[in-house]
Design a protein. Structure first.
Length: 118
């Protein structure tokens, strides 16, 4: 799905919503759909958002999705990846996202994000 919006008169922002990585679906279909999304970007990608939730733990499927995406479009995509965490309102009263991640981040997440998270 492609959404176009004008931020300023001279700047156009294209937001491309890719399909989720459902590993129950044939991988060729996922590759095809991601390819269509990349074509929509006209080789001009400035950011790739991965949306995760603080409500659930980082799963092997999420790790596989990040690795698969990097394999599909190239590891250079790590330079453009931004992690978006939802559910911040569910954190403990005085916890920041960093506090939560430091306490709950499994080694899988640390490994998957070492090129993304600084």
């Amino acid at each position: 799905m492609l959404l176009k919006d004008s931020i300023r008169r001279w700047q156009i922002l294209d937001v491309i919503d890719t399909p989720g990585f459902d590993f129950n679906v044939e991988s060729g279909l996922i590759v095809n759909e991601i390819g269509k999304c990349i074509d929509l970007a006209d080789d001009d990608v400035h950011a790739v958002l991965f949306v995760l939730s603080v409500r659930t733990s980082f799963s092997k499927k999420e790790r596989a999705a990040i690795q698969y995406f990097k394999k599909l479009v190239g590891t250079k995509i790590s330079d453009y990846m931004i992690l978006v965490y939802t559910g911040g309102d569910k954190l403990e009263d005085n916890d920041s996202l960093n506090d939560h991640l430091d306490c709950s981040r499994p080694e899988d997440l640390k490994e998957a994000l070492k090129d993304v998270w600084v």
